[in-house]
Design a protein around this ligand. Structure first.
Ligand code: PLP
Length: 430
């Protein structure tokens, strides 16, 4: 016999109050939710693929219409001229990552941008060749850093340093990361860190770690896949050298949508920095002279390769308008409230089922909108049972369910439904 959790009534009451007081509640109507048994799913997967904003279709149709009616003239005469389409993103992206507009650009995809950034900021020498990353890093990032190491004639076995959690721990401490940086000292060329770890949901203390990296003369690069649109960022003030991101997770821009890159202002006028060049990175004034000499544009624009992939950018435009309308500080407050309620409810549920535990830090300043639940057994079956109930979370091998209540469209009531479902499901496996 499955029983309701004794605190269920209290959870529901809290959620009702919080939903009633939620000043961002209307934003949910700006998104399309998949259906399950005739009702909206409970969508807790915005950390993997964000929902579609209602405006996205209209924005696509605008570009299709201008292409149909204007063809090549659309470069300058489309309602949103394609020639300069990428420029619209500089201001809103700068607001989200805490940068100046000439430090950010929407282009390519995350892994491509990571490679482009490393071409410029990973220049190993026989003395200084090491890259420090966090343990259990996302495979694409690992492949990228390992292949860069090999391209330069070094071996990952001696050159790639992975900082692992202490025995019995799931997450890293800032002290541990900084101790590893200090230990390897002037042999460290690059500290390559995720802003928020994809597996554990831990938000790293980016500013402190950047200082540790800089103090040994290493570059600091950030992968913001799980951080942009999720947590507060101040890349310029923190002195981050470069950062890269994708826009289909918390930024709701659609599958495979355009990624982005930040390069700190201190490199804005460094034509001497080695880079992979393309015509779109050339100074605008001479770009169309079709000369042979490459003159990089001021700022991160000088890392662009190709003209703006407009069809791959419209989703980002529709989405960033919503971020600006909601205001990021308000979104962060709601994120903390939603994730906090989810954390409390999970603690209640797991008390009777100690084979499940939250591995994401309990301190809100050390996480964003994701809680990762680790299972000693039957995790995959629990995941499938949640999906069968229309609760969309994801599974990451070997043993984690990630639950992410993105504040733009998730309600407090949805968080309670996750708790009630987990409470019922876990009883079947105990
Ligand atoms: C989602 C994600 C990626 C995805 O990379 P793409 O190049 O966009 O396919 C890379 N790294 C991390 C840490 C991610 O979470």
């Amino acid at each position: 016999m499955k029983t309701q959790h004794p605190n269920s009534a209290r959870w529901n009451q809290r959620a009702t109050e919080l939903d009633a007081a939620d000043t961002l509640s209307t934003f949910r109507q700006q998104f399309s939710l998949p259906q399950h048994d005739g009702a909206d799913v409970v969508y807790m997967c915005g950390n993997s693929l964000g929902l579609q904003p209602a405006r996205t279709q209209e924005y696509f149709e605008q570009e299709l219409k201008d292409w149909r009616g204007l063809a090549v003239d659309g470069h300058f005469k489309a309602r949103n001229p394609w020639y300069s389409y990428h420029r619209w993103f500089a201001e809103p992206l700068a607001r989200l990552v805490g940068a100046k507009p000439h430090e950010v650009v929407a282009m390519n995809s995350l892994t491509v941008n990571l490679h482009l950034a490393m071409v410029s900021f990973y220049r190993p020498t026989s003395v200084r060749s090491k890259i420090i990353i966090a343990g259990h890093e996302f495979p694409s990032d690992r492949y990228a850093v390992e292949s860069q190491i090999r391209v330069h004639g070094f071996e990952p076995a001696d050159t790639l340093i992975e900082v692992q959690p202490l025995p019995g721990q799931s997450t890293l401490t800032t002290e541990q990361i900084c101790a590893a940086i200090a230990e390897h000292g002037d042999s460290v060329a690059l500290v390559m860190l995720s802003g928020v770890h994809f597996y554990t949901g831990q938000r790293f203390e980016m500013q402190t770690i950047a200082s540790c990296a800089t103090s040994v003369g290493a570059h600091i690069g950030l992968d913001l896949a799980h951080a942009i649109g999720n947590v507060e960022l101040k890349l310029h003030d923190w002195g981050i050298d470069f950062a890269v991101w994708c826009s289909y997770k918390y930024l709701n821009s659609g599958p495979g949508a355009v990624g982005g890159m930040f390069v700190h202002e201190k490199y804005a006028e460094r034509p001497d920095l080695p880079r992979f060049a393309g015509w779109w990175g050339n100074e605008e004034s001479t770009r169309f002279l079709m000369q042979h000499d490459f003159t990089p544009s001021y700022g991160v624009d000088g890392w662009q390769l190709s003209n703006a992939p407009v069809m791959n950018m419209v989703g980002l435009r529709a989405s960033l308008e919503l971020f600006d309308a909601a205001g990021f500080p308000a979104l962060c407050d709601k994120r903390n409230a939603l994730t906090g309620l989810l954390h409390e409810i999970l603690m209640d549920v797991f008390e009777a089922h100690p084979w499940a535990k939250v591995i994401t830090p309990a301190d809100p300043s050390q996480r964003g909108a994701q809680l990762s639940v680790q299972f000693e057994h039957d995790g995959r079956a629990v995941f499938e049972a949640l999906i069968a109930r229309g609760i969309i979370v994801d599974w990451r091998t070997p043993d984690v369910i990630r639950i992410s209540p993105a504040p733009l469209y998730v309600r407090f009531a949805d968080v309670v439904r996750v708790g009630e479902a987990l409470n019922a499901i876990l009883q079947e496996f105990s």
